[in-house]
Design a protein. Structure first.
Length: 370
């Protein structure tokens, strides 16, 4: 239904007739405008379009037939309901229909008949307006379909790229308007490095296909755990994997989460190491974990962005990883302090790490406590 009173335009050169129609229609909620000639009526039609026209036939400047023909010739008013007011016989009715009128009422008219015909035509106009609106919406939808498809494809490609670094929930948050999460910022995080022991000798002696196969198995094992623990994959580099905990999505016990993931990595690597040894490959993995503040955010250029963490905590985790033997999980002092009630450890060191002036005491995780 219309969300406003229907607007009616009465075009009649006899003031008494026009005022009579206004007096009959206004009490029923209609807004009635009056025009005393065909020319004035056409002007009001364009300045304030009505929902229905009540049109006298005999007027001095132009007949109602002429007015009606002009309305039907204009695409904007070709479906506008027109009721002609006749005072003579059947020929006027025939001429009215031929001119394009939707209905006619002979004078003197019955008020109830007039109201019924007006309501019926307004209802038909509302249906026409609805169909026209739907047609316009469909045309606009078709016009922008290609653009929207391209936009959605770009979003899916962007989501796919983000999922290389973030878990699926984090990627979806970023794509839905959380891009500010990628701007440079400082946060306390836990960094986990994991790389293969014995890889240099293995890659020098093995066939390239075997090297790629072993790397694929290693990445698959560690990568799936990174996603399951909802960490951020910072990089795959050679035989090394780096993961960030507590950024960009918060993780309350991020060091404990990193340690739990590292213990699962160790268990999976045991199975892989046994299989590799059967093929003559002496490979295992070591893990380094450090906690501290880092600066994080995306780096790169328009065609390629990566997500990076920088700071001492990153270097410390990397150096601890390089010192870890196969199967070892080395914790920095601060990381161990945060999980001391969770795991049993054995001290390792102090270690003289590259880039650090003072020796660093490390702790190898032996088991998760009950």
């Amino acid at each position: 239904m219309m969300d406003r009173p229907a607007r009616l335009l009465v075009i009649d050169d006899t003031p008494q007739n026009a005022r009579l129609l206004e007096a009959m229609l206004t009490p029923h909620g209609y807004t009635v405008a009056l025009a005393s000639s065909g020319t004035e009526g056409l002007e009001k039609l364009h300045s304030d379009p009505p929902d229905l026209v009540l049109l006298d036939i005999l007027m001095p400047d132009m007949t109602g037939y002429d007015v009606c023909r002009q309305l039907r010739a204009n695409p904007a008013t070709e479906l506008l309901p027109v009721v002609m007011l006749t005072s003579s016989g059947d020929q006027d009715k025939v001429n009215a229909i031929e001119a394009g009128a939707d209905d006619f009422i002979a004078r003197p008219f019955n008020p109830q008949e007039l109201l019924s015909r007006v309501r019926s035509l307004l209802r038909i106009k509302e249906y026409h307006d609805t169909i026209r609106g739907q047609r316009a919406e469909l045309a606009e939808w078709n016009r922008t379909l290609e653009q929207r498809v391209e936009s959605q494809v770009a979003q899916l490609e962007g989501l796919d790229r983000l999922r290389r670094y973030f878990s699926a929930p984090v990627a979806e948050v970023i794509m839905s308007g959380g891009a500010q999460m990628l701007e440079p910022h400082r946060r306390e995080v836990t960094i986990l490095f994991c790389d293969l022991r014995g890889f240099t000798a293995f890659s020098a002696a093995a066939e390239p296909e075997d090297v790629m196969g072993a790397l694929g198995q290693f990445y698959e094992a560690v990568g799936r755990l990174i996603l399951r623990y909802e960490a951020t994959l910072e990089q795959f580099a050679g035989d090394s994997v780096m993961a960030i905990f507590n950024d960009p999505m918060p993780c309350i016990e991020h060091t404990a989460t990193a340690v739990r993931m590292a213990l699962e990595v160790r268990e999976r690597m045991k199975a892989l190491s046994e299989a590799w040894r059967l093929n003559g490959y002496d490979l295992d993995a070591g893990v380094g974990i450090a906690e501290g503040y880092a600066t994080l955010g995306r780096v790169g250029f328009e065609a390629r962005f990566d997500y990076r963490a920088t700071g001492t905590v990153v270097n410390l985790a990397a150096r601890l990883c390089s010192q870890a033997l196969g199967g070892q999980i080395l914790l920095s002092p601060r990381a161990y302090a945060n999980v001391s009630g969770l795991v049993d450890v054995e001290p390792v060191g102090p270690l003289q790490l590259k880039g650090f002036h003072d020796p660093v005491q490390a702790y190898n995780v032996t088991r998760l406590r009950d």
